[in-house]
Design a protein around this ligand. Structure first.
Ligand code: SAM
Length: 245
């Protein structure tokens, strides 16, 4: 089961702490710089629609796939046409080939790639599947944390947000690191207190991630015929890689 079917309950409250509106708008500007509306986009791991809803509103034809039904349930209903959102794992999407050669751009924001491709074989399979989905000059935009910039093997932090008098706190801590596969398993505890300090909700989940380095993605993608462009966004030092066919 997707860990977001548990932790997703407080996703929007906690996300706004690290991925505020300003950053999301800079990411939308980056998409616009790569391709103007009304291009056709597919957002993999669309989450709660952080990018898809504004991209739809500025005139893109958008499609989203998301494997967690809890995350999808946060999409404000009707904002994106019903038949353009899919509750499915990326690996099971387009099994009948209905979406072959359909998209100008495929996007994956905030470490979605780390959650769906755990090995180089997965990454190759991912790119092969994207090539099928993309139009002849299509592109992929991958946004992930840059593992060179922080100690992802031992990451531990707390973050709190206050909403309607409730304090929502995330305690996040890497519990396991596999150096051969560059994989981490992070234990997440979300604790919610009312305005008297009484705990009213407590949620545990585990998140598995494979930390991809820019050079690994670049090398494999170039071998498969992509040209790579790096982008940056002033508010953070994450990776924004554009892979062009
Ligand atoms: C860190 S969240 C990012 C959500 C959103 N893109 C954002 O930037 O706010 C990663 C999302 O990818 C989804 N995801 C992970 N693996 C997936 C897969 N194989 N297929 C579809 N969605 C997946 C998760 O359920 C989660 O909603």
């Amino acid at each position: 089961m997707s860990s977001y079917n548990i932790s997703g309950k407080y996703y929007n409250d906690l996300t706004s702490l690290v991925k505020g509106e300003e950053l999301t708008w800079l990411e939308i500007e980056l998409v616009k710089k790569i391709l103007e509306p009304p291009s056709t986009l597919l957002d993999i791991g669309a989450g709660t629609g952080r990018h898809l809803i504004p991209l739809f509103q500025i005139g893109y034809k958008v499609y989203g796939i998301e494997e967690s039904n809890l995350m999808l349930s946060f999409f404000e209903s009707g904002k994106i046409p019903f038949d353009q959102l899919f509750l499915v794992s990326f690996w099971d999407f387009n099994k009948r080939g209905n979406f072959n050669s359909s998209f100008d751009l495929i996007t994956l924001f905030w470490n979605t790639l780390n959650e769906l491709a755990f090995t180089k074989r997965d990454l190759r399979k991912f790119l092969i599947k994207c090539i099928k989905l993309l139009k002849p000059n299509g592109k992929i935009l991958i946004n992930s944390d840059n593992p060179n910039n922080f100690d992802y093997k031992h990451l531990k932090y707390n973050a709190s947000s206050v909403k309607d008098g409730k304090t929502i706190t995330l305690f996040s801590s890497v519990k396991r690191f596999n150096p051969f596969r560059n994989l981490t398993v992070t234990e997440e505890l979300i604790e919610v207190k009312d305005n008297n300090g009484k705990i009213i909700d407590k949620i545990y989940s585990n998140l598995k991630q494979r930390w991809w380095f820019k050079d690994e993605i670049t090398q494999l993608a170039e071998d498969m015929g992509f040209r790579i462009k790096g982008h940056s966004i002033p508010l953070n030092n994450e990776m924004y890689l554009e892979l062009c066919l």
